[in-house]
Design a protein around this ligand. Structure first.
Ligand code: NAD
Length: 261
């Protein structure tokens, strides 16, 4: 992609920026000139490392510890970004999230359900809300929420994750409708299998990776930088007329759902 290179004079908040897709987004946007406030959850070294890489390449970056499911933490995150870079946050990437754990609903504790909904759905609700409030009257901006192909394709044992991502899809669409008259775009990105720590088991076990990749029509899993390229495009002026939709990036994996019946 070539149209997404210039994010100068933009401040972006990237949640989950210390790892995987969020990290790739933070690095791509920082390299393209955005001032980056990225969150880390538990790994301060990883978060600071991403910020340092952006700064080392001449950019501006700040790593902030935040649990995105906490209203107070989200407020502190945006306040820190506004203070550090001297302008409202104009771009938002919600990548922080937890995966399913293969637990049937009958065995799932409320605490487990709550933990994932809080990270994967409350988190984007809180950051989107603060983003809009921070922009104020007349402020324009763009949001990308990282969802999943499982927002529509459920997996047995994934009720907490599938529910969170299904909800996120509707949050994205509803907010896009509310904000379109103000010129604020809100889109989702739904990845299939991407090789990040969320797929650590496949990364560690070549046989598992091979079996999973065999099920993907494109013949391989995706990379975080490929998702970051799509996110960068959706945040760029070239994507001006795109809002309220979720773009799938999965090597056609989600098209195979009902095959073999
Ligand atoms: N990797 C995939 O195959 C894949 C596929 C579809 C969707 N996704 C989505 O992409 C996003 C990024 O995942 P990834 O693959 O980069 O995984 P990852 O595990 O590398 O990154 C997720 C990050 O979210 C952070 N996090 C978790 N809970 C948090 C919380 N409450 N507050 C703040 N941060 C929190 C983690 O610390 C981690 O850094 C997730 O929303 C995930 O659901 C990933």
């Amino acid at each position: 992609m070539t149209a997404n290179r210039d994010f100068a004079a933009q401040t972006v908040v990237v949640t989950g920026g210390e790892s995987g897709i969020g990290k790739a987004c933070a690095l791509a946007l920082g390299a393209a000139g955005a001032d980056v406030a990225l969150t880390y959850f538990a790994d301060s070294v990883a978060g600071e490392d991403v910020a340092q890489t952006i700064r080392g390449a001449g950019g501006k970056a700040l790593a902030v510890q935040a649990d995105v499911g906490s209203e107070t933490a989200v407020e502190a995150l945006f306040a820190a970004a506004e203070r550090a870079f001297g302008r409202p946050v104009t771009l938002l990437v919600n990548s922080a999230g937890l995966n399913m754990k293969n637990i049937p609903i009958a065995d799932m504790t409320l605490d487990r359900f709550d933990t994932v909904i809080r990270a994967d759905l409350y988190g984007p609700f809180l950051t989107c809300r603060r983003f809009v409030r921070g922009l104020g009257e007349g402020g324009r901006g763009r949001i990308v929420n990282i969802s999943s192909i499982h927002e529509r394709a459920p997996r047995a044992g994934g009720a907490e994750y599938d529910s969170a991502k299904g909800g996120l899809s509707q949050l994205t669409a509803t907010l896009a409708l509310e904000l379109a008259p103000r010129g604020i775009a809100v889109n989702g990105v739904a990845p299939g299998m991407i090789l990040t720590p969320m797929n650590q088991s496949a990364l560690d076990h070549p046989d598992e990776l091979k079996a999973k990749e065999a099920a993907i029509p494109w013949g391989r899993a995706g990379r975080a930088d490929e998702v970051a390229g799509l996110v960068s495009y959706l945040l760029s002026p070239a994507a001006d007329y795109i809002t309220g939709t979720t773009v799938t990036i999965d090597g056609a994996l989600s098209l195979t759902v009902a095959l073999g019946a």
